[in-house]
Write a protein that binds this ligand. Structure first.
Ligand code: COA
Length: 193
């Protein structure tokens, strides 16, 4: 078991305490964009489907390496027994919450290095939402029995490469097991004590 409370970050932004994420945390990204972050809940099905339904074709391909979003995956995300830890970024929208970003890691068949995924609504990209969601995932997984994350991305997906390079530097993590195959690239990020 690693440390339970994330340390203050070197860039001065407050850590996202895992306990606060149950109720929700108001976040302002580095460029002043305000949104809310919390754990995904069973009641978020409609908002989650709207979020995925609003993604551009390019984003869907970058995220799923396919043109369709598997419904089984959405069901698994929403199920408490689905084995996925997920957090969302939201903004108010006519008295409801609109999901504008999602980060999740699924223990799946690799308990030590679960797969990390992140997606942000196209019209909210470049505002620091993805970066903050990845900060949450790192803090959350460091508090559990995980040694890092496995990542798989398209080579031409500049945004995720840059986001991860920043996160690796900011949180003082290492990388290992890098591979490269048919337009995909992958590696493990390794948490350090
Ligand atoms: C990858 C993704 C999650 C990034 O989310 P985001 O909210 O736009 O990311 P941030 O605003 O936190 O930006 C993170 C870094 O990426 C850079 N970035 C964002 N969009 C970019 C783009 N289109 N091209 C190049 N760099 C980009 C930002 O400038 C920032 O780097 P910086 O702080 O050094 O300037 C988002 O582009 C996305 O959802 N893409 C589709 C799904 C996907 O590809 N998921 C990853 C595979 S699991």
């Amino acid at each position: 078991m690693r440390g339970t409370a994330p340390k203050e970050r070197v860039d001065g932004t407050p850590p996202l305490l895992v306990a606060d994420m149950r109720t929700g945390v108001d976040v302002r990204s580095k460029n002043g964009f305000a949104f809310r972050m919390r754990l995904l809940g069973e009641g978020d099905g409609m908002a989650l489907r709207e979020f995925f339904g609003g993604m551009s074709k390019k984003s869907v391909e970058n995220r799923f390496n396919s043109t369709a979003i598997p419904d089984d995956y959405i069901k698994k995300l929403l199920s408490p027994s689905g084995g996925i830890r997920a957090a969302i970024a939201t903004v108010p929208n006519g008295g409801r919450e609109r999901i504008i970003g999602l980060a999740e890691y699924g223990v799946g068949d690799d308990e030590r290095f679960p797969d990390l995924s992140v997606a942000v609504a196209d019209e909210h990209m470049g505002r620091g939402v993805g970066g903050r969601l990845v900060d949450w995932a790192i803090a959350d997984a460091m508090g559990g029995d995980h040694d890092g994350f496995s990542l798989q991305m398209r080579i031409e997906n500049t945004a995720i490469h840059r986001l991860m390079r920043n996160a690796i530097g900011k949180h003082g993590m290492g990388t290992s097991d890098r591979w490269d195959d048919k337009g995909d690239i992958g590696y493990k990020i390794v948490f350090k004590d």
